[in-house]
Design a protein around this ligand. Structure first.
Ligand SMILES: [Zn+2]
Length: 257
């Protein structure tokens, strides 16, 4: 597939901006995660056979909890509505509530007047100063990548990590080519390693098998790989994304309600 040059900017956005903001304090991050949801100490939500990695933890919210979502600038009502409608797709599967509030107080605080897209992962949002945003959502509603971007960033809100860094992802990257391409754009090797090549710890990856159709997967271009291998611009929640959201945020059974 030839990739239109306009899409390169999206890939650049993915790589340059959709990285996790560095967690300032590993211990604070762990405490916030465990305080919110003790199940975060369980390194794998699904497989008891996977060994726990010492000190590792996930960053999922307590199932059923309400996340207040605020906009830190003043996007139009239509723009807000477009974000809300797409973000809510996750809630068909995840037992959480999104309360899109007026004002700037919320666990999730979004800036849209920005030229980048990234989000803190799950409970790490609790560590961010209340005057700062937890998500940059620069994609505009008329952008063909808007839905993909909103779903992806709200995947991070739910605590999901990048799928192309799944421990079972064996992407046949043509690394010298990828390094050279991004070097020409001023991106150093370390940033490329961190956001493309490094694998997530097995213990905190989602319990599913690797899923190249996940909304949490970056596009991978044919010319960045060896042989015949690529991943397109996934536009919707995959079957495994939906199953994972259900499993991490299960609805209470009627007996528990
Ligand atoms: Zn991302």
């Amino acid at each position: 597939m030839m990739v239109p040059s306009s899409l390169w900017s999206t890939i650049m956005h993915d790589l340059l901006f959709c990285k996790f903001p560095a967690t300032p304090d590993f211990e604070a991050s762990r405490q916030a995660a465990l305080c919110e949801n003790p199940a975060n100490a369980l390194s794998s939500p699904t497989s008891g056979r996977q060994k726990r990695a010492l000190g590792q933890f996930s960053k999922f919210w307590k199932p059923g909890r309400t996340l207040r979502i605020a906009f830190m600038n003043e996007p139009s009502a239509d723009h807000k509505k477009a974000v809300e409608t797409i973000a809510r797709q996750w809630l068909r599967y995840a037992y959480l509530k999104f309360d899109f509030v007026d004002g700037k107080q919320g666990e999730i605080r979004i800036f849209t007047d920005i030229d980048s897209n990234h989000s803190h992962v799950g409970t790490d949002a609790l560590l961010v100063d209340s005057h700062d945003g937890t998500m940059a959502l620069g994609a505009k509603p008329d952008d063909p990548m808007f839905a993909r971007t909103v779903l992806h960033e709200f995947g991070h809100v739910l605590g999901l990590l990048h799928e192309h860094q799944h421990p079972q992802a064996n992407i046949p990257w043509d690394k010298p080519k990828v390094y050279a391409y991004f070097a020409a754009k001023g991106v150093d090797q370390q940033t490329v390693d961190l956001n493309l090549f490094e694998k997530t710890d097995k213990a905190i990856a989602k319990g599913n098998a690797y899923d190249p159709t996940s909304i949490m997967h970056y596009a991978v271009l044919q010319e960045q790989t060896i042989g015949d291998w690529e991943v397109g611009f996934n536009q919707k929640l995959s079957k495994k994304d939906r199953a994972f959201a259900r499993r991490i945020y299960p609805r209470p059974s009627p007996a528990e309600m």
